[in-house]
Design a protein around this ligand. Structure first.
Ligand code: PLP
Length: 395
């Protein structure tokens, strides 16, 4: 018998035959938000010209204000993109790097974004500076110090995650943004796992750039992400798709909005659902988003404690480095996946034979194999107990 889900599971479409412990990869949209997206899509398709030329603008502004308010960000620098990868690429590919310039990348960085850094550094004769951060890691100084030690007068940018993908580490990003930018190094904050699992106050943090997903932890439909560009950086950043906005005559603000808001025909409903998604999850518990974040974090901490005890494995980082994701280091013996296109055999076995959806990563930069759990409101502690029991037989 599969373990129970939580009382909140009824708000999501998660398959009842799946122990779904991987909210982190692609999120999961709630039923209320999917219904809102269907409503908007039906409206759009009833007259696409009327919708895209007359109706969308007000809803778009409302969505920009909604996410800016949620993140305490300047709406004037907030634009929508389809995913965090596009946000990171938009910034990197706008920079005019020269030979010798350096971009810092910690070696827990999501590979797609790391590849984007390599792409822009290699084409310009600049350099990707890879910072080795241990895992297991004991303290935030073990993260901050090695990064700061690599700063020199050639450092142009640092790509810093809010929460890392392979290792589920809640980075000390507040200190890092402050310290790096005090040394004149712009920070591109990768908040793919940010909104909805860690408090983010963009005005206070003040990063040069922040790219983040809403389709993960805010539970919007897929294709809903943002890029926030600080006011002094706006002039230097152009969208990946140059479109009508480039020939618009108007103020700088008008040109900026037009360039980013119209990058060619697309379905805007994932962004238009942002206000509904924020309000829906917020309303599920009395304490709103801060309680939602705390509930998920508590569940993650309890889950990783159960896993480490059942499997006799050490916890790889202190509790304060955990948000709603946690990785454990599992033995590397046996078959492992060799590329991102292969599923690790352990992952396949867990889903096919036990109905457990949980990612297993072979992370070549650490020469280690990780299993990462996620926790959202729909999860129940029994699901992690079941995972621990199954794993104790398999590894
Ligand atoms: C840290 C990090 N950055 C970027 C991304 C990319 O997100 P997306 O596929 O939505 O672009 C991910 C995805 O999991 C991630 O974990």
């Amino acid at each position: 018998m599969l373990p129970q889900k939580s009382e909140f599971a009824k708000y999501w479409n998660i398959n009842s035959d799946t122990v779904f412990l991987n909210h982190g990869s692609f999120g999961a949209t709630s039923k209320v938000v999917l219904a809102e997206q269907n409503r908007l899509r039906n409206q759009l398709e009833s007259d696409p010209v009327w919708f895209l030329e007359e109706v969308v603008e007000e809803m778009w502004q409302n969505a920009i204000l909604s996410i800016s308010n949620f993140l305490n960000a300047d709406p004037g620098g907030m634009v929508f993109l389809s995913n965090a990868t596009s946000g990171v690429n938009t910034v990197l590919r706008s920079l005019s790097l020269k030979p010798g310039d350096e971009i810092i990348v910690p070696n827990h960085t999501y590979q797609a974004c790391w590849n984007a850094v390599d792409f822009v550094t290699s084409r310009s004769g600049a350099k990707t500076v890879i910072v080795e951060i241990p895992f297991p890691v004991d303290s935030k100084e073990d993260i901050i110090n090695p990064i700061l030690e690599r700063v020199n007068r050639n450092t142009r940018l640092a790509l810093i995650d809010t929460v890392t993908s392979p290792t589920g580490l809640r980075m000390p990003f507040e200190e890092l943004v402050y310290q790096l930018q005090s040394k004149n190094v712009d920070v591109l904050l990768d908040a793919a796992h940010g909104p909805g699992i860690v408090p983010l106050d963009i005005k206070k943090l003040n990063p040069a750039y922040c790219a983040g997903n809403l389709h993960k932890w805010i539970c919007t439909p897929k294709g809903s992400a943002f890029l926030h560009i600080r006011e002094d950086k706006i002039g230097g950043i152009r969208p990946l798709a140059i479109s009508h906005g480039a020939s618009v005559v108007g103020t700088n603000e008008e040109k900026f909005r037009f360039e980013f808001d119209w990058q060619g025909t697309c379905d805007p409903t994932p962004w238009l659902c942002i206000p509904t998604a924020i309000a829906h999850v917020e309303d599920l518990v009395d304490g709103g988003w801060s309680e939602v974040m705390e509930k998920k974090r508590k569940l993650t901490l309890e889950a990783r404690r159960i896993l480490s005890e059942e499997l006799g494995l050490d916890l790889p980082c202190p509790d304060y480095m955990i948000a709603s994701l946690a990785s454990i280091i599992i033995p590397k013996k046996g078959k492992i996946a060799n590329s991102v296109f292969d599923s690790d055999p352990l992952h396949s076995k867990l889903i096919k034979e036990f109905g457990i959806q949980v990612p297993v990563f072979n992370w070549p930069h650490h020469d280690k194999r990780y299993l990462r759990i996620s926790a959202h409101l729909y999860n129940h502690i029994d699901e992690y107990k079941y995972l621990a029991k199954v794993l104790s037989e398999l590894i």
